[in-house]
Design a protein around this ligand. Structure first.
Ligand code: HSE
Length: 404
């Protein structure tokens, strides 16, 4: 029997305890021995819950117990998770985490510490919830040169955008409903501003490049400025708007960003709706592949943590290498990247001929519901050139990037 501990008994932590309990036979078969949760670390008390017997408030009780070999870190946030994780790894205990913030901030360093102490730092649950994307990149696609990764990696925003599209509901209204249903956090900033997706694509890009892609260097735009009118235009163009997290190899380095993007029905991400996530990976030999599933939620995420626990148990005493060094990856400069843009323009201030003169020959889109404005699809142009023209143009209402 392998003794394990859980750091943090919140939504995911309690899910991990549940998965270990309910699937113990499967886990024993897969890991070669049973897994037993000896301790749960949390500041709170859980009177009446059986977990109370295992509850400790001092991390050192766990770190100093030689019987404990595996830690599930489901605390979230940087501190104290960072300090507690380091302590565990330095004591030779493998850590399996769902904490994307910590992985994005210190992934390479924690992997190195694990290597030095012949244990493992695994983070399957940090991206895509129950979708096994990390293990896919680290093992099944190890032989591939990954050319690009793009996907929907935030369930909350995808739920909101789907509702805006299908029900014509306003952003604030859907956000409130998502909070009431428990999909969105009370403080939804990390989701709706794209910060959560940014950390996830930083992790995926780091695995893609083998170096560190710092999330602070990633261009990130959330969904708060999108309106129901934008979706009416999207419908007219037989497209939809998704919050995409993307990373692509270019000659200038990795072009990585998080942004709302107009995509057409030929893109399989177009039909990924609600809280679901999907990640599309292009390898140089493989071509396109796609991974789809529940990107958030207690049990899907906990299941991914437990998958790492099984791996840690199977390879106890061995460090499984993960190609992610602390060296910074070279990132391409956003202003040089090229694409089409959809711009909404005030018809009285910017007549159609002026749009063509400003942006080049494009396509005009009219919406019956909005006679005082029109949409304009620009030709392919650089971000820098577009931004300069758009920002100076009196009468420019909004803009959305379009997939290439
Ligand atoms: N808030 C995240 C989401 C949770 O909505 O996708 C999973 O990381």
């Amino acid at each position: 029997m392998i003794e394990a501990a859980i750091y943090g008994y919140g939504n995911i932590g309690s899910g991990v305890a549940e998965v270990i309990e309910k699937n113990q036979d499967r886990i024993e078969k897969a890991a070669g021995q049973g897994v037993h949760v000896k301790y749960v670390l949390d500041l709170r008390e859980f009177e009446g819950d059986p977990v109370q017997e295992k509850l400790v408030h001092d991390v050192d009780v766990i770190v100093n117990d030689p019987e404990v070999k595996i830690i599930c870190e489901t605390m979230g946030g940087n501190e104290p998770a960072y300090t507690f994780t380091k302590k565990a790894l330095m004591a030779g205990k493998s850590v399996c985490t769902s904490n994307k913030e910590l992985v994005a901030n210190h992934g390479a360093e924690l992997i190195k510490i694990a290597e030095e102490h012949r244990c493992n730092y695994f983070f399957e649950a940090s991206v895509g919830g129950g979708i096994p994307i990390i293990r896919t990149l680290n093992s099944a696609l190890k032989q591939e040169n990954i050319l690009s990764i793009s996907g929907i990696v935030n369930g909350t925003t995808n739920y909101i955008l789907t509702k805006m599209e299908k029900d014509g509901a306003a952003f604030d209204e859907v956000l409130r409903e998502a909070q009431e249903k428990g999909f969105a956090e009370r403080n939804p900033e990390a989701d709706v501003e794209g910060y959560d997706a940014c950390r996830k694509i930083a992790i995926l890009s780091s695995l893609m490049s083998g170096k560190t892609v710092d999330y602070k260097d990633i261009y990130t735009e959330g969904i708060t400025k999108l309106t129901t009118t934008d979706f009416l235009y999207a419908e007219k163009m037989e497209m939809t708007v998704k919050l995409l997290a993307m990373s692509r190899q270019t000659q200038e380095g990795y072009l990585t960003m998080v942004t709302p993007m107009l995509i057409g029905p030929e893109n399989p991400l177009c039909s990924v709706n609600g809280v679901f996530n999907a990640i599309s990976v292009k390898g140089n030999m493989l071509g396109d592949s796609m991974y789809y599933g529940r990107g958030a939620g207690k049990l899907p995420t906990a299941s991914a943590v437990v998958a790492d626990v099984v791996e840690a148990a199977r390879f106890m005493g061995t460090h499984l290498p993960i190609d992610w060094s602390e060296e910074k990856a070279v990132l391409a400069k956003m202003p040089l990247s090229r694409r089409r843009f959809f711009v909404r323009l005030d018809r009285n201030k910017v007549p159609e001929a002026r749009a063509a003169a400003e942006f080049g020959n494009g396509r005009v889109v009219f919406l019956e519901q909005c006679p005082d404005e029109y949409g304009y699809i620009t030709p392919v142009m650089s971000e820098g050139e577009f931004a300069e023209k758009f920002e100076k143009l009196d009468g420019a209402i909004t803009r959305i990037r379009m997939e290439e």
